[in-house]
Design a binder for this molecule. Structure first.
Ligand SMILES: *Cc1c(COP(=O)(O)O)cnc(C)c1O
Length: 379
């Protein structure tokens, strides 16, 4: 097939008009700094949005990256040198790196097949092996909600703090409650490829105001209340800019619309592949993913290598990607423990048979048909 005349990307930002109005407001009021009314507004509006799910009031803090929010969550959870943290294994490295920032030790937990997220059976096994583990770091891969009831119950029984990395799962719902509201600490990301973006940014949601205040203190260089610069602790510069927060406020108005457009893309793939030995990334019937990235796996025993599909798509000007490589397979985490409830790890299987498909909400039907045709030609 001839290469497509322009690139068909995986996921890019989609801007509207409100973003610029909020930025203009920041300029007009000369509020070009961290903190400020757009940050306050963004936190407030996100809280209203998330509370629609009914999980109670959160204390939101805008930060300059999802990774910064994860780091502060790890600190708030009290992770110290040598502490074990039970972590999602198939996720982006940013989910688990902050554990190392605090000297903690990641133990990676395999996924189940129904959502590709942390397997409650493997988590239970991990607690048997590490009864002193006090923190669980869970990510919802590609916006598909994990088995939250089971995982929350296990955390409760073992008295462990749950940190929820909902960076990919804003606007996803599990049993009618929004992702980003299940943990004691919850993290969102507004990086450029996410379902809404501020170019770069993140948010931490705490279940109490004291923790939010502590996180804000660390995020603003740990400045003690004194006339001079007084420091009793190591701090960070993690605040979000008031300009950037304006983008977020504008984007938030279009979050549900973005979600719906993501689902249209997923459904088109699903329909087109229905009679092929291809499965779409699965989700629970009582959950509502945001369909951030549409993914597929080639069925077992079918001799098609996903890497060949990715290479062919690239030749045709189409961006696809392998499934996020599991953390226990990463050289940087060599020798770290990995817990699975299976003989052969599920994550290795999904990684070997899967790929991420173009999921940009500006992709036209014609562009998507072209992508689908290339994939069809392999079967
Ligand atoms: C993008 C992402 C992050 C990191 O967010 P940044 O805002 O880029 O720092 C963390 N976890 C997951 C699962 C992500 O996809």
């Amino acid at each position: 097939m001839k290469p497509y005349p322009h690139k068909i990307p995986l996921a890019t930002p989609t801007m509207h008009e409100e973003e610029m109005a909020y930025i203009q407001d920041a300029f007009d009021r000369n509020w070009i700094a961290p903190l400020g009314f757009n940050c306050d507004g963004f936190e407030h509006e996100m809280n209203i949005y998330l509370n629609r799910g009914g999980n109670g009031q959160f204390h939101a803090l805008c930060l300059n990256a999802g990774t910064a929010a994860l780091h502060l969550a790890v600190k708030l959870a009290g992770v110290r040198r040598g502490d074990v943290v039970l972590c999602s294994d198939m996720t982006f490295a940013a989910t688990v790196n902050p554990v190392s920032y605090e000297g903690g030790v990641q133990v990676f937990i395999d996924s189940e097949r129904e959502t590709w997220n942390m397997d409650p059976r493997a988590l239970e096994l991990a607690f048997e092996k590490y009864p002193d583990a006090k923190v669980v770091m869970l990510a919802h891969l590609y916006g598909t909600p994990a088995k939250m009831d089971e995982i929350k119950e296990i955390c409760r029984r073992h008295n462990a703090v749950l940190i929820e990395d909902a960076a990919e799962a804003l606007a996803s719902e599990y049993r009618e409650e929004k992702c980003g509201t299940f943990g004691k600490y919850n993290v969102l990301s507004f990086n450029g490829n996410k379902i809404i973006t501020t170019s770069g940014g993140g948010m931490l949601l705490c279940d109490n105001e004291d923790d939010r205040r502590k996180a804000l203190f660390w995020a603003t260089q740990a400045r003690e209340p004194a006339l001079w610069y007084q420091h009793n602790e190591i701090g960070y510069n993690y605040r979000m800019s008031n300009v950037v927060a304006g983008i977020g406020r504008g984007q938030l108005k279009h979050l549900e619309e973005h979600r719906d457009r993501k689902e249209v893309i997923y459904r088109r793939y699903e329909k087109a592949f229905a009679n092929l030995p291809i499965a779409m990334n699965p989700y629970l019937p009582d959950s509502k993913p945001n369909f951030w990235l549409s993914c597929m796996t080639v069925e077992e025993d079918v001799r098609v290598d996903p890497m060949d599909i990715i290479r062919k798509l690239a030749e045709c000007n189409v961006e696809a990607r392998p499934i996020w490589k599991p953390m226990h397979m990463q050289p940087v985490f060599e020798g770290f423990d990995f817990i699975t409830a299976e003989k052969t790890p599920i994550n290795e299987d999904i990684f070997n048979r899967g790929l991420c498909l173009p999921s940009d909400i500006k992709m036209t039907e014609e562009e998507q048909r072209y992508v689908i045709e290339i994939i069809r030609s392999f079967f």
